[in-house]
Ligand binder design. Structure first.
Ligand SMILES: *Cc1c(COP(=O)(O)O)cnc(C)c1O
Length: 391
């Protein structure tokens, strides 16, 4: 059942959605359910919500507010700008900024009550200097335990923990680290990182610790510490390789059929003529292409870079899975709808690109990528609608 969320816009939002070339429905009930599910799986730890990249492409305002209403009081964003936007929808939440702080951004942090995640010696030095002018203000410390992306080296973090000369105004409220292989429970790296982080966490006694993102939550209670950081699972996509996805799908992307054309056997389709039809066919041309984030590597054929899988993606229309035919182009994609009974696919109908029938991770696999990239790519030109569907 579709229940429309309350219209909040003054102009007629429905019309734009009904005729959009590409449209995205975001199910805020599913989002909230998924977050509560991950919060339960976090056991005794508190669950935060990771809403970076515009809430994985779903809109940080509405998604952030829905997560706040579901009970999230700790959020992680990538940038201070995202944090400032989220602040309007999560008034008393603690908002951590993963990119940390840079000279010139101080006011943005202070004005919006954002907590910088300090993740390098340079940032730490800058932050200490800032505090000497400003006074007491919280921060988080990111410690690298093997990912080799962001974070203070473990040894430096341990020194900092025992450094009695550090200014009293320096008051970290969280130490955190990030797992490199959390999505692979058999990886030895998980335990190595866990053990390093346990040492760091113990050194910063009395300060909360956080290690697990979505995948880490599934690794078990040892990985939970005080605060977990689920992202992708909340948005309904796979967190752990090879594990059945237990989450409710949140986003549905659909593209409008611009025309249906009949092509005789022997005709070729799209750039390069890489698909030669071996039967008389009906093709649905839909208004979404790689410029809309429908990645070219999802193409049905002729994309030499994609090696892991040979098939392209499928769409879903009128109860049928329909394959992408030939190469995806900038603004348009062609689906082979020959196997859908004639008359069921007409101009103006919508093909699901991912959602309840085509799981976002299956679409992503067809492109040789991951659900994260599918979700955050479909960002540029779509109309978005928020719905609430009870299970
Ligand atoms: C993105 C991110 C998360 C969330 O990860 P998911 O795999 O989406 O759950 C957590 N922590 C950090 C540091 C991140 O960058």
């Amino acid at each position: 059942m579709w229940i429309m969320s309350e219209p909040t816009e003054l102009y007629d939002e429905e019309d734009a959605f009904e005729s959009a070339g590409l449209r995205l429905s975001v199910d805020l009930s599913a989002l909230a359910d998924n977050w509560r599910d991950m919060a339960r799986r976090s056991g005794r730890a508190r669950a935060s919500a990771v809403v970076k990249a515009d809430a994985y492409g779903m809109g940080i305002e509405d998604a952030g507010e829905a997560l706040y209403l579901a009970g999230a009081r700790d959020f992680f964003v990538a940038t201070a700008d995202e944090g400032a936007t989220l602040r309007l929808f999560a008034p008393d939440a603690r908002i951590f900024v993963l990119a940390g702080i840079w000279p010139g951004l101080e006011r943005r942090f202070f004005d919006n009550d954002l907590v910088p995640v300090v993740s390098s010696e340079e940032q730490l030095a800058f932050w200490m200097g800032t505090l000497s002018n400003y006074g007491d203000y919280p921060c988080a410390l990111h410690v690298d335990t093997g990912f080799n992306r962001l974070g203070l080296d473990t040894a430096d973090a341990l020194l900092l923990a025992s450094d009695v000369s550090r200014p009293a105004s320096f008051s970290p409220v969280l130490v955190m680290s990030h797992l490199a292989c959390g999505d692979d429970p058999s990886s030895a790296m998980n335990r190595q990182q866990l053990e390093s982080f346990q040492e760091v966490s113990a050194a910063f006694e009395g300060i909360e610790s956080s290690l697990a993102a979505s995948a880490g939550i599934f690794l078990g209670p040892e990985y939970h510490f005080d605060l977990t950081r689920p992202g992708i699972a909340v948005y309904g996509a796979e967190a752990v390789k090879g594990m059945p996805n237990l989450m409710r799908p949140v986003a549905t992307a659909e593209a409008r059929v611009v025309q249906v054309r009949t092509v005789r056997a022997g005709g070729t389709v799209s750039y390069g003529g890489t698909l030669c039809l071996d039967r008389d066919s009906r093709l649905a041309i839909v208004s979404a292409g790689y410029a809309d984030g429908y990645l070219r590597s999802l193409s049905g054929a002729g994309v030499p870079l994609r090696q892991a899988v040979t098939e392209g993606a499928c769409g879903f229309i009128a109860g049928h899975k329909v394959p992408v035919a030939g190469r995806i182009t900038m603004d348009l994609t062609i689906f082979d709808v020959t196997d859908v009974p004639e008359g069921l696919v007409r101009a103006g109908d919508y093909v699901e690109l991912f959602g309840n029938n085509i799981l976002v991770d299956d679409a992503a696999r067809a492109a040789g990528t991951i659900g994260y990239e599918m979700l955050t790519s479909v960002g540029l030109r779509h109309e978005r609608r928020y719905v609430e569907t009870e299970e």
